[in-house]
Ligand binder design. Sequence first.
Ligand code: URA
Ligand code: ZN
Length: 355
Amino acid sequence: MSNSKVVDVHTHVYLPRYMDLLRSRAEVPRVILDDLGQDRLVILPGEDKESSTKRGRPIGDEYWSMKRKLEFMDLHGIDVSVISLANPWLDFLPTTQETFEFATALNQDLSTVCTSSDAGGRLFAFGVLPTLSPSASVAEVHRIAQLPHLRGVIMGTIGAGRGLDDPELIPLFQAIADAGLTIFLHPHHGVGNEHFGGYGHSLSLALGFPFETTVAVSRLILSGIFDRIPNLRILLAHSGGTLPFLAGRLDSCVAHDPAVAEKLQHPPTYYLKRLYYDAVIYHDTGLKATVDLVGADRIMFGTDNPFFPPLKGEKHVTRWMSVDKNIEAVKGVPGEEKVWNGIMGENAVRILNLK
Ligand code: URA
Ligand code: ZN
């Protein structure tokens, strides 16, 4: 895909400082050692209830090593990555000074990694916030804004504990917008897990995660936040969950509920069109729906590394199917080289100012 830059905007790392915390914990989220001495990451709700062999997922240094991240980038032709801490971020920690200082330390770690000579200018980052305390988060936003390679913050959907439409979060959203930072909105809990039967984590990740994003963003829109803060910039994980597909239904159901509709200046789709979307959806059908709704110039390639590694072969030298599926999906978007180059990286360079 020509000489233009390939940028991965959805790529995680469990920083060593965060790994230490996960290893020290007796409850989810935690890292445990299995009978074979293999680290297992146990982070999703209910994962601890499974039998010990199935608990969590096996992990290696691709989850915390920046050397591995750069190798992964080289293997897949990725020039630049915007790294973020993976779920569940700080959402399980108490609102104490210690947690606030932990957030500051993690953001400083991200900055150090991005500015290191090993990174060679190829890394940027989304920082992390103690969102359960909106006021501490505002203070952290001001610090993040001073870090040269940080471009925004990754955020889950719980906010201060009551969802993202909580009025208590308005000053935080305002501070993020004022600082010119982008929110990378990412699911963790899943919606509907109780309906998914006994199929491991497959349906929670495939369906529950995108439903969580769908619900959180719909509530955010209906709260009127984008009328209040028009320059609030949000990048949605997994191509916006199911929002591109359900946008018409959202518009219609809101229009038929005047008490809800009258609180908004526009139909929900108007606001959806102003958001940004990653391309982590693995099929061109879903990606085309997203392009159709918001235009190809608001969509950015991602990998979700280090999740979804190859199940066979040496993961440090074998190309990852999960990555190739997302590249194929981009190539399946009708258009020309300019459109694909935009999604693969040029949009991210422009939108996130990665020069
Ligand atoms: N599983 C997770 O828990 N998080 C991701 O980002 C991807 C898969
Ligand atoms: Zn992810």
